[in-house]
Design a protein around this ligand. Structure first.
Ligand SMILES: Cc1ncc(COP(=O)(O)O)c(C=O)c1O
Length: 401
């Protein structure tokens, strides 16, 4: 099913020698997306939601069609539940800010897990400083999996919000959302799922998840950078005050009193990421040609192939060996700094991410400062893994010299 997949990606025409293993940071772009963005800027471009002229109206319709595609992709009730932001980071900031202003104060608690990316930690800390609530952390075990008993034990009447990743960007751990949902519902606690690492690799159904918020970024699902997606349950649209003020989000403005637009427009102040949203639409078209479950197994097979080979080196340590995980492989090599590993791998045409992966609390918890991380996408294959393993051998030899 994925034999000819690279034909979709112009990148490989120019750089066939490169093994790209950094999809978790940002995915390469298929022709469909690149050409769609190019076409939009070349022939369709005008501002949206503003013009009375045909060019603007036509692009507004196409822009709104992507909202419909988004709602279908994640099985939301309606496109009205979708807010476009500039990134997943902005989407989480929006929720942390709007929710905390209305509902959080001293004595309240927000639960986050140790698996979180800084994007799902720092916005809550900023809000906590202003509002005086406490952040409580859900533990992870040494395999990098959530400690669900710890989660259950930390829930209490002070818990007012849960914000948790669907899949860790460091260990690939997939969080069992049915457990999170069960407990959240029992205490009637709203919860947000950070789907950045999950969205392009397995099906997402927000009706089944029954989460209040689901966020992800376009660039991690083969779409353009500069667009984030925030799914919100209906009730929050009226309950939240606007996150930002400006054009588009208003009903009537005067210096005495301004009234706001309703629904998602209230949260989309200013000119939106127009061409990025149009490109995002093409990324749904691209992924939807394939079966998401098959994408997951394809990538997972590569992960397991790489995992077994890496395990055969006694000085290589794979980080986070939890049962339920996606195709993200973090590792260290004894007596080598991860940045050195990344640099030598690059000299052998293998691109991996190195460092703390914007997850310093998790690394600290696992007694690490940094790791190297190989992450897989739809375009990877077994040759990539073989190349990666050969490059690891070269890296080890380099440091032995
Ligand atoms: C799990 C997770 N959450 C949030 C983010 C932030 O995404 P963005 O930088 O696109 O806003 C990332 C990015 O790496 C991520 O991996």
């Amino acid at each position: 099913m994925f034999e000819n997949i690279r034909n979709h990606f112009p990148f490989f025409e120019k750089k066939p020698e490169l093994t790209f293993l950094d999809t978790a940071a940002s995915a390469l772009k298929p022709k469909l997306v690149i050409e769609r963005v190019n076409h939009c800027y070349s022939y369709e471009y005008a501002n949206v939601h503003r013009g009375v002229y045909k060019l603007s109206n036509d692009l507004t319709e196409k822009f709104e069609n992507v909202r419909i595609k988004t709602s279908k992709y994640i099985n939301a009730k309606s496109e009205d539940n979708i807010v476009f932001t500039k990134s997943a980071t902005e989407a989480i900031n929006l929720v942390a800010s709007c929710f905390s202003e209305k509902y959080l104060g001293s004595g309240d608690e927000v639960l986050l897990s140790y698996l979180e990316h800084h994007s799902n930690i720092v916005p809550w800390q900023i809000a906590a400083k202003k509002r005086g609530f406490k952040i409580i952390t859900i533990d992870v075990n040494k395999e990098g999996a959530i400690d669900y008993d710890d989660f259950a034990n930390k829930l209490n009447i002070k818990t007012k919000f849960i914000s948790i990743t669907h899949m860790s960007n460091v260990t690939g751990t997939i969080v069992d959302m049915q457990i999170i949902k069960k407990h959240a519902k029992k205490f009637n606690i709203p919860f947000l799922i950070d789907g950045c690492q999950y969205i392009a690799h397995a099906p997402v159904d927000v009706k089944d998840l029954d989460c209040d918020f689901y966020v992800y970024s376009g660039h991690k699902m083969y779409g353009p950078s500069g667009v984030g997606i925030l799914y919100m349950k209906n009730k929050w649209f009226d309950r939240f005050d606007p996150y930002q003020g400006g054009g588009s989000m208003i009903d009537k403005v005067d210096f005495i009193n301004t009234t706001y637009a309703k629904g998602n427009q209230k949260f989309e102040a200013g000119t939106p990421p127009i061409a990025q949203v149009i490109g995002l639409g093409a990324s749904y078209d691209f992924i939807s040609q394939f079966n998401l479950q098959k994408i997951f197994y394809h990538e997972k097979e590569l992960y397991e192939y790489a995992f077994d080979k890496l395990k055969s080196f006694n000085d290589v340590n794979v980080i986070g060996d939890s049962k339920n995980k996606g195709a993200i492989l973090s590792f260290t090599i004894d007596n080598m700094h991860s940045n050195d590993i990344g640099i030598i791998l690059d000299q052998h045409n293998v691109a991996v991410r190195t460092g703390h992966h914007c997850a310093q609390p998790l690394l600290k918890k696992l007694n690490l400062n940094a790791t190297a991380r190989a992450s897989f996408g739809i375009y990877n294959n077994k040759n990539d893994v073989d190349h990666f393993i050969e490059a690891i051998k070269e890296t080890k030899n380099f440091f032995k010299k």
